[in-house]
Design a protein around this ligand. Structure first.
Ligand code: GLU
Length: 410
C-alpha cells in the first residue's frame, strides 16, 4: 500500500462513519490540482543541475491551500498528494481558515551549496508563482526547508507580484515572520501530549520520552518535555542514536547540535543504532522524522504505551493495527503536529493586518486551539468508540464536507 492509499483508507473509514457516500468520498480523496515542474540551475562549478518540483493542491473548500515545501530525495507526486491531503484534515481540525496543499523538490539539499539552494528555490517559485499567492496557496517550511528558504520565496514572488509577505509563512522573525513559529510544531506536540495525559489523569512530569528525529520539531519538543519535568531518555538523528536512562541534558544537547550539526559526539549519553531508538523502553514515543518509521516490522517491539506523531505519516496502517491490538494509543499526526500550521495562520494574519503579536499572545492562542482540537477528537473517539486517528479524520472530514456542501459543488 503506498502512502496515498494509506491516507485514503483513513478517509474511507471516516466517510463511512459520516455516511457521506461513495461519490462524495471520491471528491474528498482527489486532489484538486497537481503541478509538476522541471527545476534546472547552473551549479557553482558551471554544470547544469536538474531536479523535479511539485505542488499539489488538495482541497480549498475551507480557504486557500496551505502546507509545506520539502527538499528531499524521496519527494515525488505520490508523497506530495499524501501530505497535501493530510494538510486538508489538519487545517480543518485546528479550525484555521485554510485548505490543504504540499510540495517540494526531489533534490538532496546536503549536496547543494547555499547559493545553489537559493537558485533552486527561486526557480521553483518562477515555475509555480501563478498558482500560489496570499489568498490562493501559501507554502511554509517542511523537511529541509527553513526561514531562509521562505525569505527567498517571498522575495522571488515579490518580483513578479509586488510586495506580498503573506504568500509564505515561516519567514524569519525580522522579515515579516512570527514570534514562536519555529518552535510551534514542537510546542503543539507538547500541548497535545499534555492534553491527552490530562484527560487520563496523568501528567508530563516524571514520564519518560523517546524522540526519533532531532530536527526543528524533535529538538523543540524535547526541550518542552524536559522543561516540564519529563525525562528524555533517548533521541536519534540521521546519523545515529543516543540513550541515557536518567534523562539527557536537553539544553546542553541542543547547544551541542547547534555547534556540531548533529547529536554525534555528545558526551551525556551512550551511542546506539539509529533504528533501535524507536524500541527503547519509555512512556511516550515521539516519531519526529520522516514517514513510514513505524511499520509492521517493528510495531510489535515498540515498548511505549503512547505514541505522539510529530512527523507526518510516520505509522503505516498495518502498524496501526498491531499497535491498537496491543493497546498502544496513537495521537495522530493531523492532530499532534498541527501547531506548526496554526502559528503559520497567526503569521498570515499578522502579515495581512500589518500588526505584530507578542510571544505570549501566540502561545496562548496556540494552546487554546490545540486544546479545543484535542478535546473534540477525544470526545468523538469516546462517543463513536473509535481510535484517535479515525476520530480526527471524522472531525476533519465533517468540517470540510460541511463547507463544501454549503458553498455548493457545481
Ligand atoms: N509543514 C508543516 C506541516 O506539515 C507546516 C505547514 C504550514 O505551516 O503551512 O504541518
Amino acid at each position: 500500500m503506498n502512502p496515498f492509499e494509506a491516507t485514503n483508507l483513513y478517509i474511507g473509514r471516516a466517510s463511512k462513519i459520516l455516511d457521506l457516500g461513495d461519490r462524495f468520498e471520491r471528491y474528498l480523496i482527489e486532489p484538486e490540482r497537481e503541478v509538476s515542474v522541471q527545476v534546472s540551475i547552473t551549479r557553482d562549478n558551471g554544470h547544469v543541475y536538474t531536479c523535479r518540483g511539485f505542488r499539489v493542491q488538495h482541497n480549498n473548500a475551507r480557504g486557500p491551500y496551505k502546507g509545506g515545501l520539502r527538499f528531499h530525495p524521496t519527494v515525488d507526486i505520490d508523497e506530495a498528494r499524501t501530505l497535501a491531503s493530510l494538510m486538508t484534515w489538519k487545517t480543518a481540525l485546528v479550525d484555521v481558515p485554510f485548505g490543504g496543499g504540499k510540495g517540494g523538490l526531489d533534490c538532496d539539499p546536503k549536496e547543494l551549496s547555499e547559493g545553489e539552494r537559493e537558485r533552486v528555490t527561486r526557480k521553483l517559485v518562477e515555475r509555480i508563482h501563478d498558482v500560489i499567492g496570499p489568498h490562493a496557496d501559501i507554502p511554509a517550511p517542511d523537511v529541509n526547508t527553513d526561514a531562509q528558504v521562505m525569505a527567498w520565496i517571498m522575495d522571488e514572488y515579490a518580483k513578479l507580484h509586488g510586495f506580498s509577505p503573506a504568500v509564505v509563512t515561516g519567514k524569519p522573525v525580522h522579515l515579516h515572520g512570527s514570534e514562536g513559529r519555529e518552535a510551534a510544531t514542537g510546542r503543539g506536540v507538547f500541548f497535545a501530549t499534555e492534553e491527552y495525559l490530562r484527560s487520563t489523569d496523568q501528567e508530563i512530569s516524571g514520564k519518560s520520552f523517546v524522540i526519533q528525529g532531532f530536527g526543528n520539531v524533535g529538538s523543540h519538543a524535547a526541550r518542552f518535555f524536559h522543561d516540564a519535568g519529563g525525562r528524555v531518555v533517548a533521541v536519534s538523528d540521521v546519523a545515529g542514536g543516543l540513550v541515557n536512562g536518567d534523562g539527557l541534558d536537553v539544553p546542553r544537547l541542543i547547544e551541542h547540535v547547534a555547534e556540531h550539526r548533529g547529536i554525534a559526539g555528545f558526551d551525556g549519553g551512550d551511542s546506539i543504532d539509529r533504528d533501535d531508538v524507536l524500541l527503547q523502553p519509555c512512556d511516550v514515543l515521539i516519531p519526529a522524522a520522516l514517514g513510514n518509521a513505524i511499520t509492521d516490522e517493528n510495531a510489535a517491539d515498540i515498548r511505549a504505551r503512547l505514541i505522539v506523531e510529530a512527523a507526518n505519516a510516520p505509522t503505516t496502517p498495518a502498524a496501526d493495527e498491531i499497535l491498537a491490538a496491543r493497546g498502544v494509543t496513537v495521537i495522530p499526526d493531523i492532530l499532534a503536529n498541527a501547531g506548526g500550521v496554526t502559528v503559520s495562520y497567526f503569521e498570515w494574519v499578522q502579515n495581512v493586518q500589518q500588526f505584530r503579536w507578542d510571544i505570549d499572545r501566540i502561545d496562548a492562542e496556540l494552546r487554546k486551539r490545540m486544546r479545543s482540537a484535542c478535546s473534540k477528537v477525544f470526545e468523538v473517539a469516546r462517543r463513536r468508540e473509535v481510535d484517535l486517528r479515525t476520530a480526527a479524520f471524522v472531525v476533519g472530514l465533517g468540517r470540510v464536507a460541511k463547507a463544501a456542501v454549503t458553498r455548493g459543488i457545481q
